[in-house]
Write a protein of this length. Structure first.
Length: 570
């Protein structure tokens, strides 16, 4: 760059910024899930009664943000109550334009990858540096938003788990540990540092009132869970998709409030998948709908359904309309209750949920039940509703206490382990499928709960909010793919033919963390520290049943993850 021109360029930029003003009518663009603005709405959804905030259908729109964060007559008590002014300038033909918030964050893992709910980013061992930001252009009926995510991942080498397959030359294949090519979820994304450039929360959308349609690359988070949604979460990069839906709940007299979103797009593979369907186009067809009854507005009932469809025969409209297929397999062309679905080229995942918000108590409870594939008929549902099923329950409550304006307690229990029906009826890993081999993934990361198939999690967190500060801590236990441990080490498989299995080597992570936010505005600083004890990392001693177990070598590791970031809200 010519240094003599630098002051001129800065002057031009400052001149443009001087023309910006708050855009209280900039309503089309979306808030990235887990962004600062998204966290504000999440807290306000707990503290206050707002029937038009689409809590279970994210990303939120700026329309919902503007309606919720307008101060009105209320007193602003902290950063969670403060509207992040988004500046804009008027353009011809009724358009307005401005910048998105700019965020920079560095993540460091000391021993192994540890990565959850971060869209296109994947935090391997070493440093991961990511940037997000962009610009938007909006009018009464049309909005364009460019908000990419750019990540550099150091991706240092780490100890390869035992059950990662290798090539003929003994090198790891970089596919899923224990699951192999039944899921496109690499344990590591290659042997070298790499860059990821993703469209992030970019979109073009037409909107009128509460209804919108368009094309987007935004990750979706559907359902009531705040940490591990079972069907659609922001753990993976967004699937590029066309969509139609509502931006906020719509009230219908005598019926209640409804909201929905229907999206159709194409999920991508990671580049490290070498299963039988590698390179094949895969349509994602997904629908979310929810209802809040007029007699109990704090209650939200919802349903989520998603199909992954291999398009070996090219695009067909019947694949789009499959969203409206019968939920019972007997009503379809397939007649085998344990087969993989119609024609063997599609896989359904679905969930139902309930969320109850109690504004007087400043509390919410929720539950979600997930099902992989169809039930055969109503008799099958009655006999084995838990076949191929997973579940999650959660609770959040705000409470008064010393040294803070309020505290928030968060409890969430998630179970993706295979159920006991495995004793009499085959069950697949959740998010996997015998014909749609990529599974419920996009670009190598699971679209559902970040803990992954076969796993369980118990999470307890506490955060204190005061003025410009938030300080929190959490404790979590994760049994990582515990289904693999149980299937590989059943009762009676020991060397002495004793009636027990390997109860000593479950692959468990114990995570203890702390986090903080300081937000005087327009700068917001964040930091977190997570210490993890990785019991039986690598599963190296599976199959050694000699007693006593307590005398065996304890092959455990520890990992420390440190994050630090800054957001500038224009």
């Amino acid at each position: 760059m010519n240094r003599n021109r630098l002051p001129i360029q800065i002057a031009i930029l400052l001149g443009l910024l001087a023309t910006f003003r708050p855009a209280h009518e900039a309503i089309g663009q979306s808030l990235p899930v887990h962004s600062l603005a998204d966290q504000q709405l999440s807290i306000r959804a707990l503290l206050y009664e707002d029937p038009y905030l689409p809590v279970t259908q994210r990303p939120y729109s700026w329309d919902a943000y503007r309606r919720t964060m307008e101060p009105g007559d209320r007193e602003v008590s902290g950063w969670w109550d403060r509207s992040l002014y988004q500046y804009s300038m008027d353009l011809p033909l009724g358009f307005r334009a401005g910048p998105h918030s700019l965020s920079v964050q560095n993540t460091y893992n000391s021993r192994i990858p540890y990565s959850e709910n971060n869209a296109a980013a994947w935090y391997g061992r070493g440093h991961s540096l990511e940037w997000s930001g962009g610009v938007w252009l909006t009018s009464r009926f049309l909005t364009l938003s460019l908000q990419p995510q750019i990540v550099w991942q150091q991706n240092l080498d780490f100890l390869t788990p035992r059950f990662v397959p290798t090539n003929s030359d003994g090198e790891p294949r970089y596919i899923a540990e224990g699951i192999g090519t039944s899921l496109d979820a690499p344990f590591r994304f290659g042997p070298n540092p790499f860059w990821t450039t993703d469209w992030g929360y970019s979109s073009i959308r037409l909107h009128a009132g509460p209804v919108e349609a368009g094309y987007s690359s935004e990750p979706q988070q559907w359902g009531p869970a705040t940490r591990y949604p079972l069907t659609m979460s922001a753990h993976a990069p967004g699937v590029h998709h066309a969509f139609v839906g509502t931006r906020r709940p719509v009230r219908i007299p005598w019926v209640g409030r409804i909201q929905f979103k229907w999206m159709v797009g194409y999920a991508q593979e990671s580049g490290y998948f070498d299963g039988s369907t590698a390179g094949e186009k895969r349509m994602l067809n997904a629908l979310h709908a929810s209802w809040s009854p007029p007699f109990l507005e704090g209650l939200t009932l919802g349903v989520i359904r998603a199909y992954h469809i291999n398009e070996s025969d090219g695009f067909q409209w019947s694949n789009v309309l499959s969203m409206f297929d019968a939920i019972q397999k007997v009503s379809l062309s397939d007649t085998n209750p344990d087969s993989d679905g119609v024609g063997g080229n599609r896989n359904q995942v679905a969930s139902v949920y309930a969320r109850l918000h109690m504004p007087e108590a400043r509390a919410e409870i929720w539950g979600e039940l997930f099902r992989e594939d169809h039930s055969y008929d109503l008799r099958d549902i009655a006999n084995e509703p838990h076949h191929n099923s997973a579940w999650a329950i959660g609770f959040r409550k705000a409470s008064d206490g010393p040294w803070a304006d309020f505290y928030v307690t968060h409890l969430e229990i998630t179970n993706l382990a295979i159920t006991m029906t495995e004793m009499v009826r085959h069950q697949a890993y959740y998010y996997t499928h015998s014909a749609v081999r990529h599974g419920h993934t996009n670009r190598g990361q699971v679209l559902g709960a970040a803990i992954g198939p076969g796993s369980t999690s118990q999470y307890l967190g506490l955060e204190g909010y005061r003025g410009n500060w938030r300080v929190g801590t959490f404790l979590q236990r994760v049994a990582e793919n515990d289904s693999y441990h149980v299937q590989r080490n059943p009762i009676g498989s020991n060397l002495n033919n004793e009636p027990y299995g390997d109860y000593y080597r479950h692959r468990v992570n114990l995570n203890v963390g702390a986090n903080m936010l300081y937000g005087p505005g327009p700068y917001y600083l964040t930091a977190s520290l997570v210490w993890s004890k990785l019991y039986n990392y690598g599963r190296f001693d599976y199959g050694d049943y000699t007693l006593p177990f307590a005398d065996h070598e304890r092959r455990d590791l520890t990992n420390v993850q440190f994050q630090m970031g800054v957001t500038y809200a224009f």
